[in-house]
Design a protein around this ligand. Structure first.
Ligand code: CU
Length: 506
């Protein structure tokens, strides 16, 4: 009689074997995923046009430049002529102190934090010489919001090679008809470079500047301190900054968000107008009180008011500490009660005005971009990823256009974080917000905060040939792949990004 005996250790042995196989498979999958996610050593930055009237989006990898292409290196500003304004910016390390006494191991321009304020006039020929005296890191200069010729745009690996220590690079461009508030920053390893201080205000004044009041740029930034904390500050004031302003004086505050997250500003003690967004004046702005101004990371709001007899304060709303600017006749006095309120909505503010195109225009190209989040592998590491249409750079779409195209882009944010989408070299007209047409002033942006659940339609004229970054200005997201490019047919770039090159734009 056959005896079937199940030995007591058979079942545990089977379990152990199954677990071992599963563990082996998981380990194999894990190491394969890590390897597969590594960025190629060299990623070319050239677009490939596949003509398609509805707009074609192709990935970054399989592009080939044509022999008769125009190189981005030829798309320069005027190479001759005496500049109206000439600046030299020297990138160098420096230990800097915030107003609280906290120390920042900073990367500065000219030993200043933020970098020197550059004031120019519309129409000026501007020449800026960048000298890199950092010990190890490359540097570039990007003119955030200024629509300069492509070769002057300062993006490492796209429009130039990162300027190495000991090297210099000269930018020359004519400032277009864009009076307003901008900023400049390095676009090489920008996540770290901007955080550590390689940025400054860039103010374009109108030719016939008649403003005689107080003009105050406010650069809102979180500084990484030596002690390991992040200190929110206006410029380097992480404590209350006091200014004396005579009652009756017109005051223009230029709010510049140089951080990676949106900032909520509140102005208290007076009514005010939002007179410009991202360097473009708003039409017929009206008086506001009790509004929260949400400025996109990289974005700018200009606000104006007449100084009252009493104190006025500007606050950066946040949980941890109170950072503010206090204005009064002699700089003393207590801050007024905080005039917080609903979030200001540019889509319904001011009055409409003629625009070169609108929702009812015929668009030559239409692109739809879905911003998302996922967890996965990127460049050999497990990380939070911020895909566009399900892909991270370099597999994100390439927006291909012809010069002259009218282009519509829709953004939908399905992720849980804000994405301040920044297009280089062009200004986008916001057409609709959450499916509703914009009913207020024409609203032009170069950096549009797309909050979770929000959708926007924007449009721009493709009138500045080149290869342009279009990316999230939460620079941590950009560094995790939330980058794409707008590329003109027939333009190619000899530059490359990637670990095997000197260029890491983010
Ligand atoms: Cu983002």
């Amino acid at each position: 009689m056959a005896e079937t005996r199940v030995r007591w250790w058979h079942l545990p042995l089977r379990i152990v074997i199954v677990l071992a196989v599963v563990a082996l498979c998981l380990t194999g999958w894990f190491s394969w995923s890590v390897q597969a996610s590594r960025l190629p050593d060299r990623i070319p930055m050239t677009g490939n046009m596949m003509d398609n009237m509805t707009g074609d989006m192709t990935g970054h990898n399989m592009q080939h430049s044509q022999q008769n292409d125009v190189s981005v290196t030829s798309l320069v500003g005027p190479q001759s002529g005496e500049p109206n304004e000439r600046f030299t910016l020297v990138a160098q390390e420096a230990q800097m102190r915030l107003s609280s006494g906290a120390t920042v191991n900073a990367w500065t321009f000219n030993g200043q934090l933020p970098g020197p304020e550059l004031r120019v006039h519309q129409g000026d020929l501007v020449e800026v010489k960048l000298i890199n005296k950092l010990p190890k890191e490359g540097v570039t200069l990007h003119w955030h919001g200024l629509d300069v010729p492509n070769a002057e745009d300062g993006v490492a690996g796209v429009t130039q090679n990162a300027v190495q220590p000991g090297e210099s690079f000269t930018y020359r461009f004519v400032v277009k008809n864009q009076p307003g508030t901008y900023w400049y920053h390095s676009h090489q390893a920008s996540q770290e470079a901007v955080e550590k201080g390689l940025f400054g205000a860039l103010i374009v004044l109108p030719r016939d500047d008649s403003f005689t009041g107080k003009d105050i740029p406010v650069l809102a930034h979180s500084w990484p301190t030596k002690e390991g904390s992040y200190q929110q500050a206006f410029d380097t004031f992480d404590t209350l900054k006091r200014l004396a302003v005579q009652p009756g004086t017109p005051v223009r505050l230029r709010l510049i968000n140089t951080d990676s997250l949106p900032i909520n500003f509140v102005l208290s003690g007076t009514s005010f107008k939002v007179i410009a967004i991202d360097g473009t004046d708003l039409h017929a702005p009206t008086e506001l009180t009790r509004q929260r101004l949400l400025v996109a990371a990289g974005g700018r709001y200009d606000i104006q008011f007449t100084m009252p007899d009493t104190t006025v304060s500007l606050d950066w709303l946040q949980k941890s500490s109170k950072v503010g600017l206090l204005l009064s006749r002699d700089g003393t006095g207590n801050a007024p009660a905080l005039a917080d309120g609903p979030v200001f909505n540019p889509a319904t503010y001011g009055s409409p005005q003629q625009t070169p195109f609108s929702l009812s225009s015929h668009f030559d190209k239409e692109f739809s971009l879905v911003l998302d989040d996922m967890y996965g592998f990127y460049d050999g590491k497990m990380a939070s990823l911020w895909p566009i249409n399900g892909k991270v750079f370099p597999n994100t779409p390439m927006l291909m256009v012809h010069e002259g195209d009218l282009v519509k882009v829709s953004f939908v944010n399905r992720s849980w974080m804000d994405h301040p989408m920044h297009l280089h070299g062009h200004h986008m007209l916001v057409l609709s917000y959450n499916g509703r047409p914009v009913t207020g002033s024409p609203w032009w942006v170069d950096t549009l905060n797309v909050a979770p659940g929000e959708s926007y339609e924007v449009a721009f004229r493709a009138d500045n040939p080149g290869i342009w970054m279009d990316h999230c200005h939460n620079l941590n997201h950009a560094a995790a792949g939330m980058i794409l490019h707008l590329a003109y047919e027939g333009v190619s770039s000899p530059f490359e990004v990637g670990p095997g090159t000197v260029n890491q734009p983010e």
